[in-house]
Design a binder for this molecule. Structure first.
Ligand code: NDP
Ligand code: X2W
Length: 334
């Protein structure tokens, strides 16, 4: 199966290149960024003597001539214009941006005017543990955001047991690669080194994504109080959910039961850490209870489970391959 990567000069684009180079069923036949006219080895010096391919200026007709499926590792808004053209040319799309993740109203409230409204109903939310069947027959998969991936995998098993009307708090910590390769004052070494800070508390665009998916999957409405924070690491994401249960239920059993047939969620017996999932597609989850107080803890690699390896899992399912083909399990430890 021939595949294209658009946005190959970015952080998630590079992760896609690395995953697809060693994938047993996919072959990279086209890679692009906004300008083209450069060899991938000059774009990413880490690929010297590993991959020798010219990077093109992104063009949908060229993608359709060379590939059956395209990964869009593009900023939101840019993605939807490419996706629209590619789908019309019968190319399957896995979109890593936010463009097809939300219902139209929610999207337009938190992002911008949508330019491809017709394809929104055809898109499937690419969280395989909850949408596997739909992903398998999809032509367009909206890969979830990194924060929603880790938060939903932690929270969804417990939604039916949380006291309605109570507050759910999500404390979310991310490595700086979550912000992409663009330079910002926040990401400046002197600002982030040996430092930590919250940003956009209760206002982040992933809060409505989490609320919307809880409603769609579990038909329950919760006020999610989401606080993202930056920590001085390159990759990794640690989520801590705090909530109140209706009853003193066996939370360990609920978690084990939910994920017993899911290869890429590991239920841990103690609090999780980010190094054990870095470099992998795993989401590690741990749960603890103090009377009716609930603590759920999850960790992922924001660039992999939060973006590129989850995108390849979705592509595997869309193409009828095994979910785990070419998906990394060995963490960058120590
Ligand atoms: N980083 C992360 O942890 C996660 C990111 N995501 C999402 O994935 C997407 C990619 O993120 P990330 O890799 O971090 O972003 P980066 O900013 O690192 O890379 C963006 C890429 O998009 C390309 N691009 C921008 N505009 C165009 C255009 N008009 N035509 C062609 N290519 C274009 C850039 O190319 P050029 O070099 O030419 O500008 C670059 O390759 C985003 O939507 C992001 O929100 C999702 C989950 C996690
Ligand atoms: C650390 C950091 O800046 N993280 C990004 C989220 C990355 C991500 O998953 O964003 P998408 O919804 O665009 O896919 C942010 O807060 O905007």
């Amino acid at each position: 199966m021939n595949v294209a990567i658009i946005g190959a000069s970015g952080y998630t684009g590079l992760e896609l290149i690395k995953l697809l180079l060693t994938h047993p069923k996919f072959t990279i036949t086209y890679i692009a960024n906004s300008t083209g006219d450069i060899n991938v080895q000059d774009l990413h010096p880490c690929l010297k003597d590993v991959l020798n391919i010219e990077v093109s200026k992104a063009n949908a007709n060229d993608v359709a001539a060379k590939a059956d499926l395209a990964f869009l590792a593009l900023p939101h808004k840019t993605s939807m214009s490419f996706a629209k053209e590619l789908l019309a040319l019968d190319v399957k799309v896995v979109d890593l941006s936010a463009d097809y993740r939300l219902e139209l109203d929610t999207y337009e409230e938190h992002y911008c005017a949508h330019e491809d409204k017709d394809n929104i109903p055809n898109s499937v939310y690419g969280l395989p543990e909850y949408y596997k069947e739909e992903i398998s027959s999809a032509k367009l998969v909206a890969n979830p955001g990194c924060y929603p991936t880790a938060s939903l995998l932690a929270l969804l098993p417990f939604v039916d047991y949380i006291e309605e009307g109570t507050q759910v708090f999500i404390d979310a910590k991310s490595g700086i690669s979550g912000a992409g390769k663009k330079l910002t004052e926040l990401a400046h070494f002197a600002n982030l080194n040996e430092n930590m800070m919250a940003y956009n508390p209760f206002k982040h665009r992933h809060m409505p994504e989490i609320e919307e998916k809880i409603k769609l999957v579990k038909n329950k409405e919760f006020q999610i109080n989401f606080v993202p924070q930056l920590i001085p690491v390159t990759r990794g994401m640690l989520i801590s959910v705090y909530a109140t249960l209706k009853d003193e239920v066996n939370v360990e059993e609920i978690l084990e039961e939910t994920y017993k047939n899911n290869e890429f969620v590991r239920v841990r017996k103690s609090a999780v850490d980010i190094k054990s999932t870095a470099g992998t597609n795993f989401c590690d989850v741990f749960v603890a209870r103090n009377k009716k107080a609930l603590f759920i803890n999850s960790s992922i690699d924001n660039l992999l489970r939060g973006a590129s390896s989850q995108a390849v899992v979705n592509a595997n399912l869309m193409c009828g391959f095994e979910e785990n083909e070419g998906i990394p399990k060995l963490a960058y430890v120590p």
